[in-house]
Design a protein. Structure first.
Length: 238
């Protein structure tokens, strides 16, 4: 049986940034290589690692069962998946004699758009959940209207992607741009998770890891800004 919600999520998640690449072309690849060509391998590596991480944490005995591993809807750890995708991109950059940071920053805005589209595709999955609200959407099977947190998260990430693209084009330090993008996505996931439904009163594992990434990436960004050479700053002797 085909999971049409997940299928549509993948279509918009890959399709929109692929089309957007016509206006935001990649600079570390030769034409006619496009976003879809370079994103598939990292994305599937991230999906595999994220799914395996979930199984290892929740039910280690199911590792090795193809049927259990393929039930993506039952959970994929986001940040381990991101780390795996980044690893594949770094390997490809080294292979192509391209500075890894430059390649990651090249792909970051489009990758952020792809993630935003996945969040927005809650419309095609089980509905966009959130707190009860007089203005919002009614997920299938429910009688209450909810604020569509997934759509709001998507808008926030799209805004962050636009800013990331602009500062990248401005020639800012790739490390700062990349850390800033990471902080933005992690912060959006951290805030959004507050209103997403979950079992129990405590924080979910996905929420906790997003908080950790936000703090670590934010600290790294602050440290990088603090030690960044101030080129052109006049000294006291001048």
């Amino acid at each position: 049986m085909i999971d049409y919600g997940l299928l549509m999520s993948m279509i918009v998640g890959f399709g929109v940034p692929t089309l957007l690449a016509n206006w935001w072309p990649l600079s570390t690849y030769d034409e006619p290589v496009g976003f879809l060509d370079v994103a598939l391998a990292p994305a599937f590596a991230g999906l595999a690692v994220g799914r395996l991480t979930t199984l290892a944490l929740d039910d280690p005995s199911s590792i090795g069962s193809v049927s259990d591993m393929l039930i993506i809807r039952s959970g994929v750890e986001f940040w381990p998946g991101v780390a795996a995708a980044v690893g594949v991109l770094v390997w490809s950059a080294v292979r192509d004699w391209v500075a890894p940071l430059v390649r990651l920053v090249d792909l970051a805005p489009l990758a952020m758009i792809g993630y935003a589209m996945y969040e927005a595709a809650c419309l095609f999955r089980d509905g966009c959940f959130g707190p009860d609200s007089s203005l919002g959407l009614r997920p299938p099977g429910l009688s209450t209207t909810m604020l569509p947190v997934g759509l709001l998260m998507a808008l926030a990430v799209v805004a962050a992607a636009i800013v990331t693209r602009r500062v990248r084009d401005r020639g800012d330090d790739p490390l700062l741009v990349l850390l800033g993008a990471g902080v933005a996505v992690a912060a959006v996931r951290t805030v959004g998770s507050v209103w997403l439904p979950h079992v129990g009163d405590g924080l979910t594992r996905q929420h906790m890891t997003s908080i950790v990434v936000t703090v670590l990436a934010g600290a790294a960004l602050a440290a990088a800004v603090a030690i960044r050479p101030r080129i052109g700053t006049p000294t006291a002797s001048q």
